[in-house]
Write a new protein. Structure first.
Length: 245
């Protein structure tokens, strides 16, 4: 190989490396110590993205990686959110819980966090990070105009869980009125499993996705794949999308 050819190959390799580096994202993950959030962190790191993993208790985050920053954060604290979202490309929130009155859906952390993150991103100006919220399957339609949440046996539901489900529905309603922030509401199927990562899933909209046996399911690992895919592709800005096998 002559000198010119070697220079050409080196240039092409450098360009490919630069393109790969440019494709990496700065991703902030709330709920990073949870069942879904921890898998999102692992998936994003495996793909070469830079991740800030946030938890109210950072000691719960034992993962170490050259592209990982572990941070404490509080979604009830606007100043904390402002500090953490600065310089990020994407914010993914996978949190749950009820603050205070367990019978009040307005106290669901899912709803409160959506409002607080949107408020911060709205004030951040452009370019602000994109926001992906991990929603709830209760907001999916099992038939036209009928939500899955309406079919759940209320007498058997713990009040805290009922408040979280309703809070997720309200969070989607709230986001659908937001036009000045790039948001996405990612909805899991009825059943999330502990199965392995296959990298395969189907994408739907407002209706429950079921397989040929009538099952609505997906592994948490593959839900994490779908979330990081959305972070990379920005395919559902200003929309809700659902995923299942």
């Amino acid at each position: 190989m002559n000198r010119i050819a070697r220079l050409l190959v080196a240039t092409l390799l450098l360009a490919a490396t630069s393109a790969s580096a440019d494709a990496s994202l700065d991703i902030l993950v709330y709920g990073a110590s949870g069942n879904i959030g921890s898998l999102v962190v692992a998936e994003a790191l495996q793909r070469g993205h830079r991740v800030t993993a946030v938890s109210r208790d950072p000691s719960r985050l034992a993962t170490q990686h050259r592209n990982l920053v572990v941070a404490g954060g509080d979604l009830l604290d606007i100043a904390s959110i402002e500090h953490l979202v600065r310089g990020q490309d994407v914010v993914i929130s996978a949190v749950r819980g009820v603050i205070g009155d367990k019978a009040d859906p307005g106290k669901a952390l899912q709803l409160i966090s959506v409002r607080n993150i949107v408020a911060v991103l709205r004030d951040a100006g452009q370019p602000a990070p994109r926001f992906i919220h991990v929603g709830g399957s209760g907001s999916l339609e099992v038939e036209p105009g009928v939500l899955f949440a309406e079919k759940l046996p209320k007498l058997l539901l713990p009040k805290r869980l009922e408040s979280e489900i309703i809070g997720q529905i309200w969070a989607l309603d709230y986001l659908r009125g937001v036009t000045d922030v790039q948001w996405t509401y990612a909805t899991p199927p009825k059943n999330l499993t502990n199965g392995g990562r296959t990298g395969k899933y189907r994408v739907g909209g407002d209706s429950v996705l079921e397989d040929e046996r009538g099952r609505s399911r997906l592994s948490r690992a593959d839900f994490a794949v779908a979330l990081v895919d959305e972070a990379e592709r920005a395919a559902h800005i200003g929309q809700r999308f659902s995923v299942a096998y």
